[in-house]
Write a protein that binds this ligand. Structure first.
Ligand code: NDP
Length: 263
């Protein structure tokens, strides 16, 4: 279903985004990848071409800058002549620990993890309307239920749910045939996530290449939400409305917490 489709993947120099680029390449898509690190993007593009991509190119820059986010979309218009799928996946660096009160960090993370997603969607919408294409938003369990130790990150992921779920409603009202797939991921074995959380999380991370493929399947099928893995995301979320405190407890019990002072 994705052969010959024109796709942007953000945050594709490493992790899940890189794996999505490789799957798309095997499927024969036209791929435009973006992130900050040019040398890594060059390698991703080379590998995509080896794997059979219809075409592969990159644009490097930071999503802290809204103008850059818009520039990436313009590049797709110029070089690909349109767009079928916009995969929003990049994520800015944050800390793993108790909220430290740094409001500026929250603001910066909102710019990278949320506002750039809004800016790219806005710029890409004319092309996506024309192709009756898809928007894929990579989010997290931390964007559906309160998670400790990732307060700024969780805030940005909850914001994505609010924006894109509301936008989906408006698309339906206006008969705009652009799908929005919100991806709710559990713990995945990317370097960043394993470095940050492997020692404190009790669960084993799921493989990033399988996760990437599940995202693309969900996107191709135009599903509204995608849960990966189902057992660690969708099933616990079923408790949210009927037993919210039990769900909070289950979330806390995923962590190896230090003993409270004096215990
Ligand atoms: P990685 O850290 O492996 O990749 C993040 C990507 O974003 C990199 O390509 C990085 O490249 C890019 N990036 C970082 N900062 C910026 C910036 N300022 N501007 C532009 N690009 C930037 O992340 P994962 O693969 O682990 O995560 C991918 C998505 O999956 C994220 O949205 C994340 O929230 C979500 N997710 C991941 C989970 C996990 O356990 N791994 C769990 C739940 C959700 P560069 O540094 O070169 O810019």
């Amino acid at each position: 279903m994705l052969r010959g489709k024109r796709v942007i993947v953000t945050g594709a120099s490493t992790g899940i985004g890189e794996q999505m680029a490789y799957h798309l390449a095997r499927m024969g898509s036209h791929i435009l990848v973006t992130a900050r690190t040019e040398a890594k993007l060059q390698n991703v593009v080379r590998r995509c071409l080896e794997l059979g991509a219809a075409s592969a190119r990159f644009v490097s820059g930071t999503m802290e800058d809204t103008a850059f986010a818009q520039h990436v979309v313009r590049e797709a218009q110029t070089s690909l002549g349109g767009l079928d799928m916009l995969i929003l996946n990049h994520v800015g660096a944050s800390y793993f620990g108790f909220f430290d009160g740094d409001v500026e960090h929250v603001r910066k993370l909102l710019e990278i993890n949320f506002l750039s997603y809004v800016a790219m969607t806005t710029s890409a919408l004319p092309m996506l309307k024309e192709s009756e294409g898809s928007i894929v938003v990579v989010s997290s369990m931390a964007g559906k239920v309160g998670f400790p130790f990732t307060v700024p990150y969780s805030a940005t992921k909850f914001a994505l749910d609010g924006f894109f779920s509301s936008l989906r409603q408006e698309f339906t009202i206006q008969s705009i045939n652009v799908s929005i797939t919100l991806c709710i991921l559990g713990f995945i074995d990317t370097e960043r996530a394993v470095r940050a959380a492997a020692e404190v999380l009790r669960e084993r991370p799921a493989p990033r290449d399988e996760c990437a493929l599940e995202i693309l399947k969900g996107a191709a099928l135009r599903r509204r939400e995608l849960y990966y893995r189902y057992s660690s995301t969708r099933l616990p979320l079923l408790l949210r409305d009927c037993a919210a405190e039990l769900l909070d407890y289950l979330v806390r019990s995923r962590y190896r917490l230090p003993a409270p002072p004096g215990a």
